[in-house]
Structure formats: C-alpha cells, structure tokens
Design a protein around this ligand. Structure first.
Ligand code: ADP
Ligand code: MG
Length: 247
C-alpha cells in the first residue's frame, strides 16, 4: 500500500472508489498478481511496450478484478492499451465460450481503426481452445453486411470494435449474438456521452442485456454530466484521474 501511494503520487494519480485494487509497477507484476498470459506479455515486449504508463498501471488491475471504471488521462498517455490489455486477457481466460466477449465503441472510424491496429499487434499468435486464433474485428460496412446476411458467423469474433451507428444497426438486425458479452468499453467517453452521441450510446447499452456486463469509459476529459452518467450505469465504479481533470 505504501509503494502504491508513492507510485500514485509520482504520476499525480487520483483513484477513488470502494476496495480499490493496487496499481501495477511493471507488466511483469501481471504475471505474479494475475495469471497473465505469457504470449500477451511477449507481444507487449515485441512491440516495445516495456513499461506501463500511469493510466495502464491503474486501470489494468481494476479491469482484471472485474471492476467498472471511469478513467481520465491526457491524450497520448496510452489509454488504448490500458483497456486492450485486460480485455485480451479476459478473452483468453474465457476460452470455453465461443462468441463475442468484448465490445469497444469509438466515436470515429479513424479512432476505431487505430484501436484495431493496436489490438491486432497484441493478439498475434494467441490461440484459444482447439487452435482457434483469438479473433478481433473492426465492424466495417462490409463486415456488417456479411453478418446481416449470415455469410459470416457472429460466433467467429471474440472482440469487435465499432462506431455507434453501425453497431446499433447490426444489433437491431439481430445479426450479433450478445449472450456471451462480458465487457463494453467506451473510448473518448466525453464525446460518446455528449449531446450528439448520448442517445446512441444509451441505445447500445439498452441492447446489451447480459447480466454482470463490465462497463468502462476512457477519456481525456470528464465533464460532470459524463460522471453522472457513469455513476448511474456502473456498479461500484472506480474513478481514475491521472494529472488534472480538465473539463
Ligand atoms: P491516448 O488514447 O491516451 O491518447 P494512445 O493509446 O493512442 O493514447 O497512445 C499513445 C501512444 O503511446 C501510442 O503510439 C502507443 O503505441 C504508445 N504507448 C502506449 N502505451 C505504451 C507503453 N506502455 N510504452 C510505450 N509506448 C506506449
Ligand atoms: Mg485514445
């Protein structure tokens, strides 16, 4: 706990909530504290991700402990890996079930594509049961057509990254089985819960009916309206703020 406090102080981290897990000091800590996948650790190192950034130190243990989180850290501070690393680990742990385990929502196609590229790097050479590779997809126009026409099975993917409207369209067409979904992540949550997007984000949440769905929001700023929404939709959320809360 003492080390944790010193670590938090070093990066001006403010973490609040009930039973807050301790941060990690290195990616190797994940191996000792959680039964973290060695292949995932290797993929991190191969991509030159050797030390976790502050938001990663804090949010990875929270996610692996199954906690809902509202995370705020500056642009360029590594928020993408902060949610991808635990999401991939949880998809690996969940290898018994086929089907969608994680959804990542991004306000723009460009950002969704960047998340997809990072996710591909980290999921290289990771196979689940029966030698099935861990499958990640970007919900493109063509993929959504294929899912709707049942040309591709919706059981094929473990993780899907999408912009809101395309996802809603596929969900409403019942072209995506959500019964095994465990995690939903809103990246750039300040945008996804602003006036333009809030109805779409709410619609997505309404269409996700699984119990015990873990929710998280990542953003560079947390306006109080977003904080109110987070508190209303999340269960015992942990709030992580790195640096200053700009809003
Ligand atoms: P944010 O979403 O917070 O704006 P990104 O997730 O886009 O930031 O990350 C910014 C850059 O930092 C990316 O190029 C990413 O590859 C890099 N990065 C993330 N985590 C680490 C790390 N642990 N070590 C080195 N580079 C990292
Ligand atoms: Mg980002």
């Amino acid at each position: 706990q003492k080390e944790a406090n010193a670590l938090r102080k070093s990066y001006k981290g403010n973490v609040t909530g009930e039973d807050v897990p301790l941060p990690i000091g290195s990616f190797e800590d994940l191996i000792t504290r959680f039964s973290f996948d060695k292949r995932l650790l290797n993929n991190l190192i191969e991509n030159h991700f050797t030390e976790p950034t502050p938001i990663q130190c804090e949010s990875i243990p929270m996610a692996l402990k199954g906690r809902d989180t509202l995370a705020c850290a500056p642009t360029g501070s590594g928020k993408t890996l902060a949610f991808l690393i635990p999401l991939l680990q949880q998809a690996i742990d969940d290898k018994e079930t086929q089907g969608l385990k994680g959804l990542i929502i991004s306000p723009t196609k460009e950002l969704a594509n960047q998340i997809f590229i990072e996710c591909i790097k980290l999921s290289q050479r990771i196979f689940l049961d029966k030698k099935r590779p861990l499958q990640v997809a970007l919900l493109s126009k063509s993929l959504s057509m294929k899912l709707k026409n049942k040309v591709i099975s919706d059981k094929k993917y473990d993780i899907i990254i999408s912009t809101p409207l395309r996802l809603i369209d596929v969900m409403k067409s019942e072209a995506l089985d959500l019964s095994s979904l465990k995690n939903i992540i809103f990246d750039e949550a300040d945008k996804l819960f602003d006036k333009t997007f809030v109805e779409q984000s709410d619609a997505i949440l309404d269409l996700c009916s699984t119990k015990n769905l873990r929710k998280s929001m990542f953003s560079a700023t947390i306006p109080s309206s977003v904080e109110d929404i987070a508190n209303s939709i999340m269960l015992d959320p942990i709030r992580i703020i790195i640096g200053h809360k700009e809003a």
